[in-house]
Design a protein around this ligand. Structure first.
Ligand SMILES: O=C(O)CCC(=O)C(=O)O
Length: 279
């Protein structure tokens, strides 16, 4: 199974070649300063209303529950490069906001997103949208180019500050010279392949880091592990591998927060049950 759809001659562009070769492409200019302000303020407002109920889970599956997040995953300037890589039929597999407070010890261990997803094919790309400058000091995304061509062994090392709850980790000690820091200005984005090894360090600066990660797949992709319903971002779903959610999020912010909390808990419970059953 090819890692990426072969591109027709007319559709070739330098970023697609770069993505095919390295499994990562950045920086891409995406949002205007006004858009950055709108999306960042939407996130901050949501976080403020959550108050001390806030957890990392509060920012999962955002596009299904919050109008601002739905708008962002459907942004034409994100979908254009995604379609150039995946083809015309694109579904949103997930979205989440990775944020680190100033001087926050939180980090993300080195991993491949595909680990444990049990995908049939790897036509799966993440867009990481910077809602604030993302720098080496505040713990930007880091990748190891070229690693998308292989699957690597992972071990589980859950620790308090790892944003990956199960501490899914690849030993990258033999690849350290290849590590690339994905520094972005607010409003820029990067794309990474589902098999590209990536992670991030703690925030050792006084500046907050905020990245909205959106997972896109081609309609050909299926997985044997449990997953929540998907949103069609472009074209049609010709395969029906997933349930599709057609509703557009609406309601007051408090209502959206409550719907997200209930749906995310149900999803995590079902996922854990399917894992216990070996799926
Ligand atoms: O933002 C981070 O630090 C990690 C992001 C990540 O793991 C992902 O987008 O898949």
């Amino acid at each position: 199974m090819p890692f990426l759809k072969m591109l027709d001659q007319n559709n070739q562009s330098s970023f697609v070649e770069e993505f095919d070769r390295d499994g990562v492409s950045f920086p891409m200019d995406l949002l205007t300063p006004e858009e950055v302000e709108y999306y960042r303020n939407s996130f901050l407002e949501q976080e403020a209303l959550l108050g001390d109920r806030v957890t990392y889970s509060s920012f999962a599956m955002l596009h299904h529950f919050f109008p601002w997040a739905h708008k962002l995953v459907m942004h034409p300037k994100i979908l254009a490069p995604i379609k150039a890589i995946l083809g015309p039929n694109v579904l949103v597999h997930g979205s989440t906001l990775f944020h680190k407070h100033p001087n926050d010890q939180k980090f993300v261990s080195w991993h491949q997103d595909s680990y444990n997803m049990k995908l049939n094919t790897y036509e799966y790309v993440s867009a990481w949208v910077a809602l604030a400058d993302s720098t080496i000091e505040n713990g930007c995304l880091r990748v190891i180019p070229g690693t998308h061509k292989n699957l690597y062994e992972h071990y589980l090392d859950p620790t308090e500050n790892n944003l990956l709850k199960r501490g899914t980790t690849v030993d990258v000690s033999s690849m350290e010279d290849k590590i690339l820091d994905v520094e972005l200005k607010a409003g820029q984005m990067s794309l990474h392949h589902v098999n590209t090894i990536h992670g991030s360090n703690a925030n050792v600066s006084g500046i907050r880091r905020m990245g909205f990660a959106i997972r896109y797949i081609a309609d050909t992709v299926s997985q044997s592990s449990h997953h929540h319903p998907l949103l069609i971002a472009s074209g049609t779903d010709n395969y029906g591998h997933y349930d599709i959610q057609h509703t557009i999020p609406e309601g007051t912010l408090s209502e959206c927060i409550e719907k997200q909390r209930i749906a995310h808990k149900a999803y995590v419970d079902a996922l854990e049950k399917s894992r216990r059953n070996g799926k």
